[in-house]
Design a protein around this ligand. Structure first.
Ligand code: PDD
Length: 278
């Protein structure tokens, strides 16, 4: 695998950073995961805009221009195999003497790698559990500090599930690494954007695609009771796409099979992807 690190394209084994990197010491950095279909970056403008927002939130100037980002990302794609790839990029505040206060001038570490993109087969659906949202109050920043998310995901895995749906004060926020949609009375609902959820690119695309297709979809708060009574639940992300949840905790969701609204939206999503590179 060829990766990008601080101006160079290198084999993964040759990419090294300082142990004093603030990403390593403090998780002081942000990231993006961008899907690539047919060797084309998917929703790139939106991902770069969210990256800009995350960098602004942590007071770290973007070290690269939009054009430089595009060149680096396209080179990483070209240097790796696979029609479909998952591009991971990370920017940290770089190496510095350990101090909670960050230096005014630091040289950020910029890292990009590619992984294979293989969304789980959605035809059978998956299990999810509900968990108390133990994360901080800046979940809209795509921060590399993910310990709470990791522990919540682990809780799901140990319960034989693939995702944890996070509840804060009786309301659904999102998954440990995904956004959540429910279907109630035929209407798809997802929580509104706030400091408590990551503004998912997949989420936004689903809303946009459903509106274009005149399928009912809205952004509204979802209580735990509504979650439990939903006929469909989906978790969405750049790597999962739109994954139907057919079991929530110990209860069957809807008919226990991926729902009819999900199958319509899934097809629209697949067609949208197809158009990108056909
Ligand atoms: N995570 N919410 C959280 C907490 C996430 O980590 C993610 C994605 C999403 C969905 O965002 P998007 O649709 O832009 O992928 C929502 C990525 C895939 C990850 O951490 O690997």
């Amino acid at each position: 695998m060829i990766v990008y690190l601080n101006g160079k394209f290198l084999p993964l084994e040759e990419a090294h950073i300082s142990v004093l990197d603030r990403g390593f010491i403090f998780a002081d950095g942000v990231y993006e995961v961008i899907p690539v279909y047919g060797r084309q970056l998917f929703r790139l403008t939106e991902h770069l805009q969210r990256l800009e927002n995350s960098l602004n939130s942590i007071k770290l100037p973007n070290p690269l221009t939009q054009q430089q980002w595009i060149e680096i990302l396209e080179t990483v794609i070209a240097k790796n195999t696979g029609e479909n790839q998952s591009i991971y990029l990370q920017i940290t505040r770089g190496p510095a003497k350990r101090d909670h206060n960050f230096p005014e001038q630091s040289v950020p570490t910029v890292f990009v790698m590619s992984d294979e993109l293989k969304p789980a087969s959605p035809s059978t659906g998956v299990k999810a559990i509900t968990c108390n949202d133990t994360r901080w109050q800046n979940c809209d920043i795509k921060s590399i500090a993910l310990l709470a998310n990791i522990l919540l995901r682990r809780q799901a895995i140990e319960a034989g599930a693939v995702e944890a749906i996070l509840i804060r004060d009786g309301y659904v926020m999102e998954g440990s690494a995904s956004n959540v949609f429910v279907v109630i009375d035929g209407i798809a609902i997802t929580p509104p954007k706030s400091q408590f959820i990551l503004p998912g690119i997949t989420r936004d695309l689903i809303i946009e695609a459903m509106q274009t297709a005149y399928l009912p979809c809205k952004e509204a708060d979802i209580s735990v009771e509504q979650l439990e009574s939903a006929t469909e639940i989906w978790v969405t992300s750049s790597t999962k796409e739109i994954l139907p949840v057919i079991q929530l905790d110990e209860k069957t969701v809807g008919t226990g099979k991926p729902g009819v609204v999900w199958s319509q939206v899934w097809e629209i999503y697949q067609n949208y992807k197809q158009k990108l590179y056909s």
